[in-house]
Design a protein around this ligand. Structure first.
Ligand SMILES: Cc1cc2nc3c(=O)[nH]c(=O)nc-3n(C[C@H](O)[C@H](O)[C@H](O)COP(=O)(O)OP(=O)(O)OC[C@H]3O[C@@H](n4cnc5c(N)ncnc54)[C@H](O)[C@@H]3O)c2cc1C
Length: 562
């Protein structure tokens, strides 16, 4: 009797509080079904046929189980083992099983290959949408998925290599074993351009390649040198730049030689990155590594640029998808949390912030998916030249703008969750650390802006095509017309264009986003985008939308549960 009383007393004493006013976890929801902006874009750009599979994929990417894989893959960083237990050089990186599950999910569903294996109207749009869903779970494993996808146009330049390598690169499946590519049915591909003395300026590469017998496309060389930033070092082969007597050239360098011996690509260490931690990035040295030339001697940059164009596109999709996930989390939290007597989603100032964050997503998705359609149109059999020109300007402009806007967007969305947003228990901290990565990888901001100028000076027709695209909405909105006129003035005098390049690329991107949103026909979104982004203010902080806009319509589109 005495004992029971004591136990009752102690259980009462230990009851400190009830937990309430915490929003539910955003899980077990359909990431595709509830994404109105994405669904509209998929339909608008010719991929309605993919909706049933995207719905299925959206259901999977929203499950608690898959979301948990994303957390675990980041919590357990990849580890590097140079040797096996007997001392043989293996250069092996070991990952948490969740990373492998995410890789398998992406590779088995064809994120790395579907537009190449099944080219059809909307194939790139559908694949971009799928990648957008996948990347919301976890961004790091997206790096090898992207590089494998992007390597295809480069490898195709050399039929001798394409015949042997592409069937396995395009195959659906994942084989992470550290064994020769000849023994596998599915392969992944990485890239090695950046060296210690320069990443943007790849022509300064010092790695050299010597022919083993014959020279030229498809022939075998031995490469000696280093690469300072080679991500996903467990890929089965890498597209690598190295110098030959004719100049910088591109090579396909396998991890293992065909005789089963290890190709001497030695990982020195893994990068200790602030974000993108599930993805191992490494420093490597090649000590006479076998590689086959891709493209012609001295034409390494044009060869690898085929790959870089695709990875830049994926940076647009990856960053847009990070923005979307951030807004979904912010809205979810605001719907479930009250302060000062009202749910956050009903507080006027919070509505202003959330709607503004959603407008960013709408703009990012609009330009990214239009470029996906341009890829479909220009890379198809009867390649459309106009669309190729649109893409030529749209890739650097879109990559620059979307990636540049993402870190501040991630931070603002994080702030919507208050203190919870800062802890690693929520995805916001990871989204924030991920946000600057795409902006730096594959050509940093200035490099994109300068690439836009290069396109303009080498192929002036790109500007005509850009303006023709903008012309589709001429007369629909005075403020947009005015912004397009101002954009045209930027090109009237190209004096100091390099100095002004960021300003120009800003205007190119903003006017295109606005025009595409007008064309898409959602009036509340287009009106608010133009009113907040094409006005005369020099700075734009989130949550400063002007009055009189239909925020309810914008927020409804952003509700991850609707
Ligand atoms: C997560 C991650 C993964 C990566 N994975 C890979 C990989 O797999 N393979 C690979 O090869 N590389 C990889 N990189 C490297 C990346 O591509 C380079 O870091 C990037 O291209 C910049 O090169 P850099 O670091 O040498 O900087 P630098 O080239 O020195 O540039 C430094 C700064 O100067 C600016 N700048 C350069 N030139 C000019 C100019 N003319 N005018 C004005 N400004 C200029 C740049 O915009 C940048 O802001 C990765 C990077 C990251 C962050």
């Amino acid at each position: 009797m005495k004992n029971t009383n004591t136990s009752q007393m102690s259980s009462q004493a230990s009851h400190t509080h009830d937990v309430f006013n915490q929003s539910p976890a955003l899980e077990n929801y359909n990431v595709y079904q509830n994404d109105n902006a994405l669904r509209d874009a998929v339909r608008r750009h010719g991929a309605s046929w993919a909706e049933p599979q995207l719905l299925k994929y959206g259901e999977k990417t929203g499950t608690k189980e898959v979301i948990e894989w994303g957390f675990l893959a980041n919590e357990h960083k990849p580890q590097f083992f140079p040797h096996d237990r007997q001392g043989f050089r293996v250069d092996e990186v070991k990952y948490h099983e969740s990373y492998h599950k995410l890789m398998a999910m992406g590779l088995e569903s064809g994120i790395h290959s579907s537009p190449w294996t099944t080219p059809q109207t909307g194939a790139h749009v559908a694949r971009a949408a799928q990648s957008y869903l996948q990347s919301q779970v976890e961004a790091g494993h997206g790096c090898p998925l992207t590089m494998t996808f992007a390597s295809v146009p480069s490898i195709k330049l050399t039929p001798k290599l394409a015949d042997t390598w592409l069937p396995k690169i395009l195959a659906r499946g994942y084989d992470p074993r550290n064994i020769p590519h000849t023994e596998k049915h599915a392969l992944t591909i990485g890239m090695g351009m950046t060296e210690k003395q320069g990443g943007s300026d790849v022509r300064a590469n010092t790695t050299i390649a010597k022919p083993i017998t014959a020279t030229g496309a498809g022939e075998a060389y031995e490469l000696t040198g280093h690469k300072w930033f080679t991500s996903a070092p467990m890929c089965d082969a890498f597209l690598v730049l190295a110098q030959v007597s004719e100049g910088l050239s591109c090579f396909l360098v396998p991890r293992w030689r065909e005789d089963g011996s290890k190709n001497p690509i030695q990982v020195q260490r893994l990068k200790n990155k602030m974000g993108n931690v599930s993805n191992a990035s490494s420093e490597i040295e090649m000590r006479g590594a076998l590689g086959w030339m891709v493209g012609d001697p001295g034409r390494g940059v044009p060869a690898i640029i085929e790959m870089v164009a695709m990875t830049r596109f994926d940076c647009m999709i990856g960053s847009a998808s990070g923005q979307h996930q951030a807004v979904s989390q912010a809205i979810n939290h605001s719907m479930g949390r009250a302060a000062f007597g009202k749910t956050l989603i009903d507080q006027p100032l919070m509505r202003n912030v959330l709607a503004d964050l959603q407008l960013e997503v709408e703009g990012s998705l609009a330009i990214a998916m239009r470029m996906a359609e341009a890829m479909d149109n220009s890379l198809s059999k009867n390649g459309n030249e106009q669309e190729a020109l649109l893409l030529r300007l749209g890739l650097p402009a879109g990559k620059y703008w979307i990636c540049k806007r993402t870190p501040f967007h991630a931070y603002e969305a994080m702030e919507c969750l208050g203190g919870n947003g800062v802890t690693e228990d929520f995805i916001m901290a990871r989204l924030y650390r991920e946000a600057p990565i795409n902006a730096i990888w594959e050509g940093s901001g200035n490099v994109q802006a300068l690439d836009m100028l290069r396109a303009l000076s080498k192929t002036p027709a790109v500007l005509d095509v850009w303006l023709q695209e903008l012309n589709k909405t001429r007369g629909a909105d005075k403020q947009l017309d005015h912004a397009v006129n101002k954009l045209k003035n930027e090109f009237a005098d190209l004096h100091n264009a390099e100095y002004r390049a960021r300003h120009i690329v800003d205007q190119l991107s903003l006017t295109m986003q606005a025009s595409l949103l007008v064309e898409a026909g959602n009036t509340p979104v287009a009106e608010a985008f133009i009113a907040s982004r094409l006005n005369e203010r020099s700075a734009h902080n989130y949550g400063t939308l002007p009055q009189g806009l239909d925020l309810t319509a914008i927020l409804d589109r952003a509700n991850p549960w609707s």
